[in-house]
Design a protein around this ligand. Structure first.
Ligand code: IMP
Ligand code: MG
Length: 185
């Protein structure tokens, strides 16, 4: 199988393989299916990073399901969030009284998600939980309860499976370290 790097030297060591990701998502989807049986569920994907997870996760959930998407951009440098979040695209539908599962790619400082949860919580969903594929270990600046967590990773900059560096590498089916001198450990 091709590694899909297209020869890019920005792609470093693979941290989580495609198989590991898919197995984990299957397990998360099974739990979600059990937990939400008999209730209506709305998946809210946070663009762009969550598009891969959203698509794979949804196909493994065995429930009636609706989708919505938010697009946010956090001010900051290419690799660090400032905590100030700009809403680029809001939800299309009301979530008041609904069971909402927010689907995120990665929790780094946690500031983006924390802002988003407050913003969405103001619309009074019946329940709201978080599913995130990755969480960087030991660097959250805010406490976020992640009900469905994929993997804990070291606090390094990663790419692939939705995650970008300057908009590149989102299409990789695995998660790898970004190969840059400042990311060498
Ligand atoms: P936070 O607000 O610091 O938790 O960062 C949230 C957003 O920053 C994530 O949703 C990602 O879009 C982006 N981000 C954080 N860490 C990484 C990374 O290692 N690679 C790519 N994007 C990241
Ligand atoms: Mg993101």
């Amino acid at each position: 199988m091709k590694d899909q790097t297209g020869g890019s030297d920005e792609i470093g060591t693979v941290l989580i393989s495609e198989d590991e990701i898919q197995d984990k998502i299957k397990a998360l989807a099974r739990r979600i299916t059990d937990d939400y049986r008999g209730r209506d569920l709305v998946l809210v994907g946070v663009l762009k990073g969550a598009f891969m997870l959203m698509s794979d996760l949804a196909r493994m959930i065995d429930l009636p399901l609706e989708f919505d998407f938010m697009a946010v951009s956090s001010y900051g440098s290419a690799t660090k969030t400032s905590g100030v979040v700009r809403i680029l695209k809001d939800l299309d539908n009301e979530i008041t009284g609904r069971n909402v599962l927010v689907v995120e790619d990665i929790i780094d400082s946690g500031l983006t998600l924390s802002y988003l949860l407050k913003y969405l919580g103001a619309r009074r969903p019946e329940t709201m939980r978080v599913c995130a594929l990755l969480r960087k270990k030991g660097i959250q600046q805010v406490d976020i309860d992640v009900a469905y967590e994929g993997f804990e990773i070291p606090p390094r900059f990663v790419i692939g499976y939705g995650l970008d560096f300057e908009q590149r590498h989102r299409h990789l089916p695995y998660v790898a370290l970004l190969n840059k001198e400042w990311n060498q450990g």
